[in-house]
Design a protein around this ligand. Structure first.
Ligand code: IMP
Ligand code: MG
Length: 339
């Protein structure tokens, strides 16, 4: 259980942030490395506070964790400094010298693009434009900014050293498998590969170093922006079922559909997933709200979990039963690490 990669099996917003925050409390990682960019919003509720983070790793609540930003990640400096204040993490947040920096021209470029804002439904956070500049090899990197000097470290080396010592390292993915620009519903996707392999490549960790890939699946499917969504409900029906959500970054209403076993199965393959974290089971089965033990779940909820395990052939090891980090059931000891 030394290196764990956490990725999303649908279209983002399955609750990776909450799962990573829970893992940080239980597993006490030395390092948590965040990939992706500020197009992603991760929500964390802990210690009576609610955080919506776009850059700082969701594990910040575990105070001993070093919080790293991947060489392949994209950072908006204004948001970076703001979030470091909000989370009170100065001194333990580090960028790699090669981390990409989003500038206002990138945001401008996206916000005025009818292709991105209209057809694709981009978040307009400048990630795609910055990524394009990186492909052209003209994007500025963290090492080009004097104000970042004291925040720079060698991210891949730090992770390698921690793993050598037997410490726990978590790599936090962003968006979701079906927003991957290789494996998602192109062109309605993001500007990167956000599957486990893409995430590892961004972080600078080789595939043989990874012990577990936790695939986060929500108990129903949501999607923001354009693109196909099988079984999509009307906004009224989504509201009636309690599935109507608002996107963290853009404030747009998320589209909703029932849990999709076919997408989940394919996501297991694409990510080489070893375990599933199933979130928001309390939305389908309200009687399960806040449960912290498997025995507290209703028979309906247990049947749902069993059907997922039967179809996907890997264990559901973590179950989210509410928005708080501690509204979680951890079955890893029973199901995986039996000794
Ligand atoms: P972009 O990455 O901001 O250009 O957005 C491309 C597509 O991915 C749009 O449909 C966005 O709504 C979606 N998207 C980007 N980031 C996220 C995320 O973190 N969660 C969910 N959808 C996202
Ligand atoms: Mg999100």
């Amino acid at each position: 259980m030394s290196c764990t990669v956490v990725v999303d099996g649908f279209y983002g917003d399955t609750g990776k942030g909450k799962i990573v925050s829970f893992l940080s409390i239980v597993d006490k990682p030395a390092i948590v490395t965040r990939t992706g960019g500020p197009n992603a919003g991760h929500s964390i509720e802990y210690g009576g506070k609610r955080y919506k983070l776009r850059i700082i790793p969701s594990a910040f609540i575990y105070e001993k964790a070093q919080l790293l930003l991947a060489p392949g990640a994209l950072v908006n400096l204004k948001i970076f400094f703001e979030e470091m204040e909000i989370t009170n993490t100065k001194g333990r947040v580090w960028l790699d010298k090669q981390t990409g920096i989003i500038e206002s021209k990138h945001i401008e470029e996206e916000k005025t693009s009818s292709h991105l804002m209209g057809k694709i439904g981009s978040t307009g956070s400048g990630c795609g434009a910055a990524q394009a500049d990186r492909v052209y090899r003209k994007l500025k990197l963290a090492k080009d900014f004097p104000e970042l000097k004291e925040h720079i470290t060698d991210v891949p080396l730090k992770m390698a050293e921690a793993l050598d010592k037997g410490d726990v390292v978590i790599v936090e993915g962003t968006q979701g498998t079906y927003l991957s620009f290789y494996h998602g519903s192109y062109p309605w996707c993001t500007s990167k590969d956000v599957t486990a392999s893409g995430v590892c490549s961004e972080a600078g960790i080789g595939p043989t170093e990874v012990d577990d890939v936790i695939l986060v699946l929500k108990s129903f499917v949501t999607r923001v922006g354009e693109g196909p969504l099988e079984g999509e409900l009307s906004p009224e029906e989504a509201l009636k079922r309690g599935w109507a959500e608002i996107a963290t970054v853009t404030g747009r209403a998320r589209r909703a559909a029932p849990f999709n076993y076919e997408l989940a199965k394919r996501a297991v393959i694409l990510n080489g997933a070893t375990q599933i974290a199933l979130t928001k089971i309390d939305i389908l089965y309200p009687e399960c709200f806040g449960a912290t033990k498997y025995e507290q779940l209703s028979s309906g909820a247990k049947k749902f979990i069993e059907s997922i395990e039967n179809k996907l052939k890997i264990p559901v090891t973590i179950i989210g039963t509410g928005p708080n980090t501690l509204h979680s059931i951890d079955l890893r000891k029973e199901k995986i690490y039996q000794s």
